[in-house]
Design a protein around this ligand. Structure first.
Ligand SMILES: *[C@@H]1O[C@H](CO)[C@@H](O)[C@H](O)[C@H]1NC(C)=O
Ligand SMILES: *[C@@H]1O[C@H](CO)[C@@H](O)[C@H](O)[C@H]1NC(C)=O
Ligand SMILES: *[C@@H]1O[C@H](CO)[C@@H](O)[C@H](O)[C@H]1NC(C)=O
Ligand SMILES: *[C@@H]1O[C@H](CO)[C@@H](O)[C@H](O)[C@H]1NC(C)=O
Length: 289
């Protein structure tokens, strides 16, 4: 997924023109949905810290800035590879030591490493150092975004198709690529068909399931091994499994995807959005406890 960044010698206007064809994260709605649900689940102290870290123009609404990391990834070129993980084709497994690196092979430069990085930065919140080491506003916005991305199955996809970015598909009547189907098409089609295009209604249904039908599972979603603050390697392993079992399954280049695919995959998207939101909230609650 990062190979379009190889051509550093291209004039930058050309690079900008050539980039938007590739998608990089849950779309705008996906990130907003996750952060709206997460912010409602914050403890008092985490809510206060988030309020203090958010810029005033966010109006205490984390979700307005959850897509931010996508907007700045061309300006902060170094951050673009922190949105995903490339795993070996067809293996359907994730391994931190094998897979979490950038194209130059530098360890930790992937979405799992980034979640650990920004969690550790946020853990310095409230420490008495005179000179703050990190910009914790940025750390909060990156963490909130990457916690979403790591749950998008195709953000932990195969290397050669760049997480489905080079797999052309038809989504109902439109041309798309498989990666975008999972970033946004499934969500937008669901909003259109089931929620009158009102994102809040989608959010409310997910919230009801989290406190209702899924409440038993939520305890498991929140759990990390060894009492870790966050556990991105677990989330990444789940994503590549879902990528193989659902996203890539029965899709070849130029496949037409319609109701069969949409209706069978929507429950997976709903689940990943919910898991992501619950885990963002519990991670922030542990950080700011
Ligand atoms: C960690 O955060 C710093 C500061 O934002 C950034 O320069 C670095 O690239 C990050 N590394 C990873 C792996 O996220
Ligand atoms: C931290 O980052 C935010 C978001 O980019 C920016 O608005 C703010 O000015 C930065 N704070 C400092 C102290 O540099
Ligand atoms: C899919 O087909 C298009 C042409 O329709 C081609 O450009 C692209 O490279 C193919 N992708 C893969 C993964 O084979
Ligand atoms: C909520 O849960 C019900 C029953 O488990 C399921 O049919 C429905 O699709 C779920 N809705 C969402 C948005 O996840």
């Amino acid at each position: 997924m990062g190979s379009n960044f190889k051509s550093y010698s291209l004039p930058s206007f050309f690079l900008l023109l050539s980039l938007p064809a590739f998608a990089y994260g849950w779309g705008f709605d996906g990130h907003q949905i996750i952060c709206k649900i997460a912010q409602d689940r914050l403890s008092e102290s985490a809510a206060a810290a988030v309020k203090e870290l958010l810029p005033a123009y966010a109006g205490d609404d984390l979700s307005t800035l959850c897509p931010w990391a996508d907007r700045i990834k061309f300006r902060y070129r170094w951050s673009s590879e922190l949105h995903y993980i490339d795993t070996p084709d067809d293996l359907c497994t994730y391994n931190y030591n094998r897979d979490c690196k950038d194209e130059g092979g530098v360890r930790g430069r992937c979405v799992s490493g980034a979640i650990t990085n920004y969690t550790n930065q946020l853990l310095t919140y409230g420490s008495s150092a005179d000179e703050p080491q990190y910009n914790l506003t940025k750390a909060l916005l990156f963490l909130s975004h990457f916690m979403g991305d790591i749950h998008q199955p195709l953000h932990v996809g195969f290397t050669s198709d760049r997480g489905g970015n080079t797999i052309d598909v038809r989504w109902f009547r439109r041309k798309s690529v498989l990666h975008s189907v999972w970033d946004k098409e499934i969500i937008e089609t669901a909003e259109d068909r089931f929620y009158d295009n009102v994102m809040e209604e989608f959010v409310d249904t997910l919230k009801q399931n989290i406190t209702g039908d899924w409440s038993d599972q939520v305890v498991k979603w929140e759990k990390c091994n060894n009492n870790d603050v966050t556990c991105p390697d677990i989330y990444a392993s789940e994503s590549i499994k879902a990528a193989c079992n659902w996203a890539y399954k029965d899709v070849k280049n130029n496949t037409a995807l319609e109701d069969d695919y949409f209706l069978s995959r929507l429950p997976i998207v709903n689940l990943r959005l919910a898991e992501s939101a619950v885990r963002l909230a519990v991670t922030l609650n542990r950080i700011f406890k």
